[in-house]
Design a protein around this ligand. Structure first.
Ligand code: GDP
Ligand code: CA
Length: 308
């Protein structure tokens, strides 16, 4: 089994690609919960839902998040009432959050609910929240401390960040399922997710880093930065704001000794030798998954490493 550490969109694309093109292997997703929030009394798990929706081919390509064929009647009414409508919840998507919230009230765990939602949508790949406990990403910014969604959605990740904290992480317990998935995996992949906002909160949960540190040679990562830029979101400028280079090398330096092998984009070929100096091996290849040809090349490269 291959275990993939996941945020949202970058991870969902990688999982979909591997399932389609390196189909002879079994995959399992260990997913960030630092973006999760309670809004209108509803428990919302954006990264878990992005992965489930994408693997079910229900992801909304227009918005880049949420469900396809979405309507917005509830959110419009809410806005007219003067309610908190900035976190746009679609009518279809709301059913997911209503279902999850009720199941959690009945005593189900986040892991159980994620599994029920995946099963409902015909997704067989295990989608495992890294922890059932509450972990909340907060950012210290020029305009004060913001919760993750205030930063990401309300302020469109446009305010400079000086520090990121994962509240609750130090006392959170990884689920037995996610810890086992890491320990039993023949290989671990770190998705091209935001290193600071998607992967770091997974690593911050006690036990996860320890399980990974024992096995550097079997861990590879795909760089989320291409030519120093993120395809979406703030990964590039966050690296700079936190004192790292906004480049594939910078991401490799950020993960340090955790990663044994890197997949970096062709446009970053000149950085390979600097990454090798960090003690990792490097494959240079196309890494843009939204273009079929480069996605296939990436899948082939990862497949070779996974089967080696
Ligand atoms: P979020 O939780 O939905 O914000 O998404 P993630 O944290 O999983 O991923 C965001 C990162 O995915 C961004 O830094 C993007 O650059 C990266 N990303 C998205 N699509 C691709 C792709 O096709 N190739 C690569 N290399 N990175 C990608
Ligand atoms: Ca996310």
């Amino acid at each position: 089994m291959i275990t993939v550490l996941c945020g949202g969109v970058g991870a969902a694309r990688l999982l979909g690609l591997l399932q389609r093109e390196v189909a002879d292997l079994n995959y399992c997703a260990v997913v960030n919960v630092g973006d999760d929030l309670v809004l209108h009394g509803l428990t919302i798990c954006p990264d878990l839902d992005t992965i489930t929706y994408t693997l079910a081919n229900l992801n909304n390509e227009v918005t880049g998040w949420g469900l396809t064929d979405e309507t917005w009647r509830v959110n419009r009414e809410l806005a007219e009432l003067g309610g908190e409508a900035w976190f746009q919840l679609g009518d279809r998507d709301l059913a997911t959050h209503l279902y999850r919230t009720e199941r959690l009230h009945q005593g189900a765990t986040k892991t159980e609910v994620a599994s029920e939602l995946a099963r409902h949508h015909g997704v067989t790949l295990p989608i495992l929240p890294v922890s059932n406990d509450a972990v909340a990403t907060f950012l210290e910014t020029d305009i004060g401390e913001l919760s993750f969604q205030e930063y990401f959605v309300k302020h469109r990740h446009a305010v400079p960040v000086s520090k990121v904290t994962f509240r609750g992480a130090e006392v959170a317990v990884p689920t037995a399922e996610s810890l086992t998935a890491i320990q039993n995996a023949t290989r671990v992949l770190i998705a091209p997710s935001n290193p600071v906002l998607s992967i770091a909160p997974i690593l911050a949960i006690p036990g996860i880093s320890e399980a990974l540190r024992a096995r550097r040679n079997t861990i590879a990562a795909v760089s989320p930065l291409i030519g120093g830029r993120a395809l979406k979101g703030p990964a590039d400028h966050l690296m700079t704001e936190l004192g790292f280079e906004a480049s594939s090398y910078g991401v490799a330096a950020y993960y340090g000794e955790l990663v044994g092998h890197w997949f970096i984009d062709e446009v970053d070929a000149s950085q390979a030798s600097r990454i090798e100096e960090l003690g990792a091996s490097v494959t240079v290849l196309p890494t843009i998954m939204t273009q079929p040809e480069s996605a296939s090349a990436l899948a082939q490269g990862i497949g070779t490493w996974l089967n080696s």
